[in-house]
Ligand binder design. Sequence first.
Ligand SMILES: CC(C)=CCC/C(C)=C/CC/C(C)=C/CC/C(C)=C/CC/C(C)=C/CC/C(C)=C/CC/C(C)=C/COP(=O)(O)OP(=O)(O)O
Ligand SMILES: O=P(O)(O)OC[C@@H](O)CO
Ligand SMILES: [Mg+2]
Length: 228
Amino acid sequence: MYDVREWSHVFKLDPDKNISDENLEMICESGTDAIIVGGTDGVTLEKVLDLMARIRRYTVPCVLEVSTIDSITPGFDLYFIPTVLNSRDVKWITGLHQEAVKEYGDIMNWEEILVQGYCILNEDCKAAHVTNSRTDLSLDEVRAYAMMAEKMFSLPIFYLEYSGKYGDAEVVAEVKNTLEETVLFYGGGIMNAEQASQMAEHADVIVVGNIIYDDLQAALATVEAVRA
Ligand SMILES: CC(C)=CCC/C(C)=C/CC/C(C)=C/CC/C(C)=C/CC/C(C)=C/CC/C(C)=C/CC/C(C)=C/COP(=O)(O)OP(=O)(O)O
Ligand SMILES: O=P(O)(O)OC[C@@H](O)CO
Ligand SMILES: [Mg+2]
């Protein structure tokens, strides 16, 4: 099922982190809608290839969230391209993207590519540091980015990113009310079933990342919570 509008839960696996075969099997067979392979640091082609090959033993849809040009590899079902709308640096909004499209645009299969409009709201996360994002945004400013993503740029996905920190459910709810077509992803700090169901009440898709590595059973419980 490659239609993100049908999804409600995804796991994000970091190529730079270790996961055992046993735990990977439980994640892939959990009933989640997809596995996203992505991270900010230490993402190399070798690590991406290795993780993709291991996920490919299972039928779950597998998506590469591109964070470096050098780690893009064929074989994924979909490719997500982040553009960080609240970055202060054009490099992370359209800069690297233009370089990549200049190089590969003519051979890209655009049907398997979805652009994600990121709004990064945790000032302490790596992605915020790397992209020099302005995270001290008012609700109206966040809503404006959501509206721009949908109405100005027709992006398929708007991603409220609190990576490593549980976010503000009120902000997620308000952004959801702002969007009509664009799919709202929420990610950050989901560590248990209760948090998963709270964010899933508002976001279209919740993204569960770090807890996979810290407490696998808690991570698996988030799938059940969203389905309930
Ligand atoms: C051969 C083949 C199949 C070709 C496919 C064609 C294709 C897909 C081409 C891509 C073309 C293109 C436009 C590429 C864009 C290139 C690029 C590098 C864009 C920049 C992306 C970007 C803004 C990265 C910044 C970091 C970021 C937002 C990463 C997203 C993932 C993320 C937020 C991870 C969470 O990290 P974090 O939690 O902070 O870190 P830790 O958990 O490790 O602490
Ligand atoms: O790792 P966590 O905090 O669960 O966040 C998930 C995802 O939004 C990270 O890009
Ligand atoms: Mg992470």
